[in-house]
Design a protein around this ligand. Structure first.
Ligand code: ACM
Ligand code: ZN
Length: 555
């Protein structure tokens, strides 16, 4: 008996270590189709090659990424070799060859999803990564990276079962917000944040740059915005406890920093959407330009959290000059088609009492129509001015769902954050929508019950992995199919009132971004939370290998 038990144990250990050296293609986010024959494997060993076209800038970059990622996960050193050489891994961009060896006629324009599509084939001939465009090839390389066993990185060969993977995303917009205004994060941290986004297949970085608590974007025409508007004299401890730390706090991004980040993101197929939050959340700017507030100030850069009554005066023509200056420079730095103009939490207390704002309401003939107050319509008028200015530069505006309150302007895109109600309403009005409802997507909130109970700064409700995972962005119970097409995709938001340090930042992000990535990438019929949890083991091994912090309590 003893001997049999020993043999079974030995076999179990052997097969466990065997499994550890095998690729597993059921990664996060789960590809659309994976057809694997586990009985046959291709063995990837140290010194093998990655063949790519070195005349192609994208292939060159992606081959370099892939070699680095394979080394990081497995310890295997691969060599970069010319496209026509015999190699274990081959990269190819272009329309896939048909069975007869002819190129498929690709005259029909590709959908945004098809642009990101790719196939991976593993057979006796090796591993082929094929995509129509660089972005698809990049996604393929990330999938191969995540398929590899990452726990040992000892340079031992890895077995890859024969497979055909065909993949493309469900949603064209797969966003992640970072608030760099409540707390400032260095360029190195931002780059690591973008790396994590890319690892999870996300493609839109929403960069929240300006706030009551600090202005973080350099405007060359108004240098004090950065040098003075970025600095608060101290910060409240915890959730507005009334106790202050007495330490000045600041930081801003130069235009060169922003350009560097845009380039770094583009190399990872991520678009950077800058947000200048207006006309509320402007106390950082009002500190420098008090004449743009309804009361004239003075306005300190705000030292505590919550919504400020101090907003831009919409009746002062200099306000529009200011916005044109800021947004003009913003457009010079950020090539994004989308520019976020905020629009959330703009109390109307000052506008109601301000002679200039009231004169503007009169001049524009704005009247309470039973649905929209004159002040809310005044905010819509501000949005219209900004929208027109940005449209002349080929840009579309995104605004938080409050932009519905005075009537939506022109072509604006609504970002639904107070649940999904605003998004539903906007889609019904045939406006484009990004779904980032707080209850499913606000990852400044705690991720498990104990955290919610024990940490005084934790938010009021739990946004666990399973909660995020359960989100269906098309809201089929409310939206008809022809309305669903206006939903561009989902986004998760990381606000940073109570997140000041990089390790905490990544702990809040991961692995919840994994859960969100399946909401963004996968079809509803592919989703299964228990299966996701099982697949998470391999992803967290990669997080460990990368050396990044994450939350280990999954609920
Ligand atoms: C927001 O959370 N105020 C958009
Ligand atoms: Zn005013």
């Amino acid at each position: 008996m003893k001997r049999t038990a020993f043999l079974i144990l030995a076999l179990a250990v052997l097969s466990a270590s065997h499994a550890a050296r095998r690729a597993d293609y059921r990664i996060i986010p789960l590809p659309k189709s994976v057809q694997t024959d586990s009985t046959q494997v291709f063995t990837l060993s140290d010194g093998m090659g990655i063949a790519y076209d070195s005349n192609d800038e994208e292939q060159t970059r992606i081959a370099g990424f892939l070699a680095k990622w394979v080394k990081e996960a497995t310890g295997l050193g691969l060599t970069l070799t010319p496209a026509d050489s015999k190699a274990a891994i081959r990269l190819a961009i272009g329309a896939p060859a048909t069975k007869k060896g002819r190129k498929a006629k690709a005259e029909v324009p590709l959908t945004e999803q098809q642009k990101e599509a790719y196939t991976i084939n593993v057979s006796a001939k090796g591993i082929t990564l094929q995509a129509r465009q660089g972005v698809g090839l990049f996604r393929a390389a990330q999938t191969l990276r995540k398929s590899l066993p990452a726990q040992a990185a000892d340079g031992q060969p890895v077995e890859l079962p024969y497979t055909t993977i065909q993949d493309e995303p469900r949603f064209v917009y797969r966003g992640v917000l970072l608030d760099c205004a409540r707390h400032f994060f260095s360029m190195d941290v931002l780059k690591q944040y973008l790396d994590m986004m890319a690892l999870h297949g996300c493609n839109q970085f929403h960069w929240h740059l300006t706030e009551d608590q600090g202005w973080r974007f350099e405007v060359k025409a108004i240098p004090e915005l950065a040098t003075k508007g970025s600095i608060r004299q101290e910060t409240v401890v915890g959730r507005n406890t009334g106790v202050y730390d007495g330490i000045p706090y600041g930081g801003y991004y130069s235009q060169q920093d922003c350009r560097d980040l845009v380039r770094y993101a583009a190399e990872r197929y991520i678009n950077v959407i800058p947000e200048i939050d207006l006309p509320g959340h402007m106390q950082g700017a009002l500190h420098v330009l008090p004449h743009l507030g309804c009361t004239g100030g003075p306005y300190p850069v705000r030292t505590y959290w919550g919504v400020s009554d101090e907003v831009l005066c919409a009746g002062n023509p200099q306000t529009m000059d200011f916005l044109r200056t800021v947004l003009g420079e913003l457009c010079d730095v950020f090539p994004s088609k989308y520019i976020h103009i905020g629009g959330d939490e703009c109390p109307k207390k000052r506008w109601k009492a301000c002679p200039k704002c009231q004169a503007k309401i009169k001049e524009l003939g704005l009247k309470d129509d039973g649905k929209h107050s004159p002040e809310n319509q005044l905010q819509t008028w501000v949005n219209q001015q900004v929208e027109q200015f940005l449209a002349e530069r080929g840009r579309d505006i995104i605004g938080w769902d409050e932009i519905l309150e005075g009537g939506l302007s022109g072509n604006s895109i609504v970002m639904s954050w107070r649940g999904t109600k605003g998004g539903i309403e906007a889609a019904k009005q045939h406006h484009r929508v990004i779904m980032s409802p707080n209850v499913f997507g606000y990852i400044d909130h705690p991720q498990y019950k104990d955290e919610a109970e024990k940490i005084p700064t934790a938010g009021r409700y739990i946004v666990s992995c399973s909660k995020i995972y359960s989100f269906e962005p098309l809201i089929p119970e409310e939206l008809q199919e022809d309305e669903q097409q206006y939903v561009l995709g989902p986004q998760t938001n990381l606000w940073t009132e109570h997140v000041a340090f990089p390790q905490h930042l990544f702990y809040m992000l991961l692995p919840r971004l994994g859960a969100m990535s399946e909401v963004q990438w996968c079809r509803p019929d592919q989703k299964d939370f228990q299966d996701f949890r099982n697949r998470l083991t391999r992803l967290t091994q990669l997080y460990d290998r990368i050396g990044i912090k994450y939350c280990r309590q999954i609920e």
